[in-house]
Design a protein around this ligand. Structure first.
Ligand code: 13P
Length: 287
């Protein structure tokens, strides 16, 4: 079922677990994540960056693919199709194309402008029953050309944005997209606790899920994180499995060059990664 992320995240917040957002890049990615969610009886959020949106031939193509797969694969767990780090224009385009959830990342604007633009989207999303993620305090690292410095969010600004009526709030707490450097200071739990205290029931979103140690993930969930985004880890798992297939010479034996065979180990690697995360986040059997 393609649904807004609102209900699944409210349940996660109340039940002290998190729903994974896994970014998609193509048919194999989407199918692997949907099948794993169904097997784990877990709600799931499919994330689409603007770059991945262009790569997959636009938002309407993606909506068609996801809806078609949900039907064909008999996916009955709740699935949200979500724009990741959207611009204002990108969020509007996804709303029009039939996404069930969007993120407007206004974290690089002055807070007044972030609030003004987020407010406009709150109204549009509320009318259509679409969930909306806002961001305060940019996430470090680089994702699809969007570069964040990784500052920690100001809890008072978080409260201001939460009060606009958004569904979920991403707040920088020292997290970074991509691999974490060896000298990474870790998540700032004091800031997370302060944000949680000020924003109450608002589901909080942790970006940059790749490479965060398990104990930090669990602590973040205990402090109010209800949605965790994972992208790079699936890409690394897919690449490593595909590399092994080719290095083992399997593409050269029989019909091993058939893309359905060539991409199968990577597909299985994504499934294993997603399952591992769903178990860690506690969303198994929470559909
Ligand atoms: P990673 O690529 O570090 O897992 O981050 C994913 C993310 O936050 C998507 O918004």
């Amino acid at each position: 079922m393609l649904v807004s992320a609102k209900e699944m995240l409210e349940k996660a917040k109340a039940g002290k677990y998190a729903v994974g957002q896994f970014n998609i890049n193509n048919l194999e990615w989407t199918k692997a994540i949907l099948l794993t969610a169904q097997e784990c009886n877990s709600p799931v959020i499919l994330g689409v960056s603007e770059g991945a949106g262009k790569y997959m031939c636009g938002y309407e193509t993606i909506v068609g693919m996801v809806k078609g797969m949900i039907k064909c694969l008999n996916i009955t767990v709740p699935v949200a199709l979500h724009l990741d780090h959207g611009s204002y224009e990108g969020a509007k385009a996804c709303i029009n194309a039939g996404f069930s959830s969007v993120m407007f990342d206004g974290s690089h604007y002055p807070i007044e402008e972030n609030i003004a633009k987020t407010t406009e989207l709150v109204n549009a999303c509320n009318v259509l029953g679409i969930s909306l993620e806002a961001e305060v305090g940019s996430i470090g690292g680089e994702e699809d050309g969007v570069v964040g410095a990784g500052e920690c969010a100001d809890p008072t600004e978080c409260k201001m944005v939460a009060d606009l009526g958004v569904t979920m709030l991403a707040a920088g707490i020292g997290n970074i997209h991509g691999k974490y450097p060896a000298n990474w200071a870790g998540l700032n739990f004091d800031v997370l606790a302060a944000i949680s205290e000020k924003t109450g029931d608002m589901p909080l979103v942790l970006h940059g899920g790749t490479g965060i140690p398990e104990d930090m993930i669990k602590k973040a969930i205990s402090l109010g994180v209800s949605k965790i985004n994972v992208n790079t880890e699936c890409q690394l798992a897919f690449a490593a499995a595909t590399r092994k297939y080719v290095e083992d010479g399997k593409d050269l034996s029989g019909k091993g060059f058939d893309p359905r065979k060539l991409l199968a180990p990577g597909f299985e690697a994504i499934k294993a990664t997603v399952k591992e995360k769903m178990e860690l986040f506690g969303s198994v059997n929470k559909a």
